[in-house]
Design a protein around this ligand. Sequence first.
Ligand SMILES: C[S@@+](CC[C@H](N)C(=O)[O-])C[C@H]1O[C@@H](n2cnc3c(N)ncnc32)[C@H](O)[C@@H]1O
Length: 217
Amino acid sequence: MFDGVARRYDVTNTVLSLGLDRHWRTRTRQCLELLPGQRVLDLAAGTGVSTAELQRSGAVAIGCDFSLGMLRAGKASRRRREVPFVAGDGMHLPFADSVFEAATIAFGLRNVADVRMALRELARVVRPGGRLVVCEFSRPTLRAFRVLYLNYLMRILPWIARRVSSNSDAYVYLAETIRAWPAQDELARTIAGCGWHEVRFRNLSGGIVALHLAERA
Ligand SMILES: C[S@@+](CC[C@H](N)C(=O)[O-])C[C@H]1O[C@@H](n2cnc3c(N)ncnc32)[C@H](O)[C@@H]1O
């Protein structure tokens, strides 16, 4: 499915999120508090838009994804020439133990077939004391806003996607997976059960997105 959306992935995201995706990525980078030269894994990197943002900190950011279509679209972009990509499955990462100072997954955990397995794999490749930031769609905190947002998600978003995306069905899937995804507290408990501690979260844009932060136990 991701191979099918790769060609217009970046622009579709920016249109559907009304430009907010840039802000969410910046906040993810800031939360990771990376130092120049530190190694950070960006799992489910897709076209590398999230990886390129991490590189702005001076860290060595490696993008990993199992969709060759997404990785190729990233490689074809002039702005991503310097991004190192590795093809790999988040549930069986092609890296040795404890080789990264930090890891992140932006809008990807929801798509992984076995969320716990991916979280445990991330814990395996991050050194003890290293950091994790999960950036993912979440549950708006105010009830009235949540109703409006769900209407946008289920009605307006698929309509816009039909006009912008290279595979609009994928955006119906997007809306459905966002609706089915656990709320902030529940995801925090899942992360804590998979080799991470000090789990906490910050809501962005009223809870449309949440950043879950954790440290490797
Ligand atoms: C919505 S994209 C996110 C891309 C990017 N991180 C961003 O912020 O735009 C989700 C990505 O998750 C990847 N993905 C899903 N399951 C995966 C897995 N098991 N291993 C690696 N990548 C996976 C898909 O191929 C896709 O590129």
